[in-house]
Design a protein around this ligand. Structure first.
Ligand code: URA
Length: 236
């Protein structure tokens, strides 16, 4: 959505032109929130709470917006809220969040300095008795929710983004990707933002063999550290 060529010209006229073009681009995308200013995370969270862009809002408790500081240089994108996140209204506060927290510490990254969010803002699940079992979002749901992730990216303007797993990578790259082929490398998103791809922490929860789990965890930390190292080099 950013239009560098227009913005660089500066002045009131070009700024008004930019706003008009942004609005019409939003309308062209069929976006019902096109007229909302959505300049802050608070405005964005309010708009997300009203989201009906796909059917997932019908069964979830609430939309779970991203969390973190506006100026965060690193954004971490997960898949979708889980059971705990759906109830709390905050991302990564359940078992996968506990692994992410530990891995961020081991990679020397302060979670408070990271904007943590999801590709899909509503919890998708199957009901089994009293349990709500996670269900993967489909391509349509990911595509519809990308609108919100893009708004978050506009507000936060992170220097680098880490995609946790296939759903996040699909949303960010606009196509399905193979994690094993993409990880341990730097990638550029369409707007030039640097992106890294790694596993989703819930994958670690499913590994039974302790040695395998430990090896995969170390690799996960190394992937996060790679992003942190790149940001530190850029800041130096
Ligand atoms: N898994 C995710 O992808 N995101 C969360 O917020 C929690 C679990």
């Amino acid at each position: 959505m950013s239009q560098p060529g227009i913005a660089r010209r500066g002045g009131a006229l070009s700024s008004a032109m930019t706003k008009t073009r942004k609005k019409s681009a939003n309308r062209a995308a069929g976006d019902e929130a096109a007229d909302s200013p959505l300049r802050t995370l608070v405005e964005l969270a309010k708009a997300e709470a009203e989201c009906t862009r796909c059917p997932l809002y019908k069964h979830a408790t609430q939309a779970v917006p991203g969390e973190g500081r506006t100026g965060s240089r690193l954004m971490v994108v997960g898949e979708q809220p889980g059971d705990k996140e759906d109830l709390a209204g905050k991302p990564f506060v359940g078992p996968a969040g506990a692994i992410l927290d530990r891995a961020l510490i081991d990679a020397d990254i302060d979670r408070k300095a990271v904007f943590v969010t999801n590709a899909v803002k509503h919890f998708k699940f199957d009901e089994r008795g009293k349990r709500r079992l996670h269900k993967r979002p489909n391509a349509y749901e990911i595509e519809r929710c990308k609108w919100w992730l893009d708004r978050e990216r506009e507000i936060i303007r992170p220097a680098a983004i880490v995609a946790l797993g296939a759903t996040a990578a699909r949303s960010l790259f606009g196509r399905s990707v193979t994690i094993s082929k993409m990880r341990a490398q730097q990638h550029a998103l369409a707007d030039g933002t640097l992106a890294f791809v790694t596993i989703h922490p819930s994958y670690l929860l499913r590994i039974q063999d302790e040695d395998d789990k430990a090896r995969e965890y170390r690799q996960f930390v190394a992937d996060l550290r790679q992003a942190a190292r790149w940001l530190a080099q850029r800041a130096a």
